[in-house]
Design a protein around this ligand. Sequence first.
Ligand code: SF4
Length: 365
Amino acid sequence: MEVLVAFGFKVYFPENHSALIGARKIADDYIPVANAVGYSPEICSYLTSDIGAYLRNETPLKDAYGVSSIPKPDVLAVNTNQCRDLYEWFSFFGRRFDAPVFSIHPPKYLDEVEEHHVDDVAVQYEDMIARLEKMTGERLDEAKLKEAVALSLEATELWKGFLDTAVHVPSPLTFFDGTIHMAPIVVMRGLQIAVDYYKQLKAEMDERLENGIAAVDDERFRIYWEGMPVWGRLRKLSEQFVDLRACLVASTYCNSWIFDDMMPDDPIRSMALAYTKVFVNRSEPAKERYILDEIKRFKADGIIFHDARTCPANSNASYGMPARMMEDHGIPTLTLDGDLNDLRCWSDEQATTNIEAFIEQLEER
Ligand code: SF4
């Protein structure tokens, strides 16, 4: 993001477009369209909903903003710090629009991010910059890159400040608020507008804290959400937790956009570190340590793991973590089977019953 902003590109995020498709509950119209041209129903449903919408020549941006189609890219830039699917997704659009795809492939499953990992990724950044310079015919303006990184850092610190207000008991926000307010930190990093947005939001949260306003009236339980949101069920789930007087106080997902390793004076190496260090790119023990720290910090009573069928990369219930959290650390856990966008993988009845049973289990403790 910061490199593209420094070059003066307007940056568009297909992931955000997919989340919008999911939240509007229209992904099921599009996923089969992508399946029909060979993209498996088992792969990322962000990818299949977005490609399906493109093939149908439809976009929710039309209703929301009067924008009739996604923009035609001059270049696609992708970092596979999350998964392969993102690269395949961007490559589809690269072929469609006859635009180059520039990619960064950091080392994966890291327990600690070491100097040689950062060296590797920093070299890839230099290479991407050289390709962009050749493509645009312009040299990268280092001052602009530093400025973009400084603005990213400021926005990320404000975003963290917003999320951290949930440390307070009762919490003034829920995970569901986070899923909405995260948009600027995802798509507007490196821009002043993201900083302005979070300054205003943080001030509002501080006011809520001062006045003792809770997100969930009479908060009884505090829960950590691990994994992707179920975009088409934000309201339904949020209302169920309010009824149960349980607050989802924190999540790995919203925290994943805290990039506080950015350093404006060392933009390339600090970006390499920040974007390689992301939770999803780490080893299972590193992820476990991170979640345990967060559970303690946010005083959470239990963890809900969302096992998203089409996003194994960002689901952490498959390698024994829920069982270890319970057996080794005494933390109650619930695993919900579902998906980020493909609601055919989600059962309202099953989720409702399982969440109720989980809250009863917390009551008994
Ligand atoms: S991390 Fe998951 S949701 Fe994101 S692009 Fe990869 S598979 Fe899709």
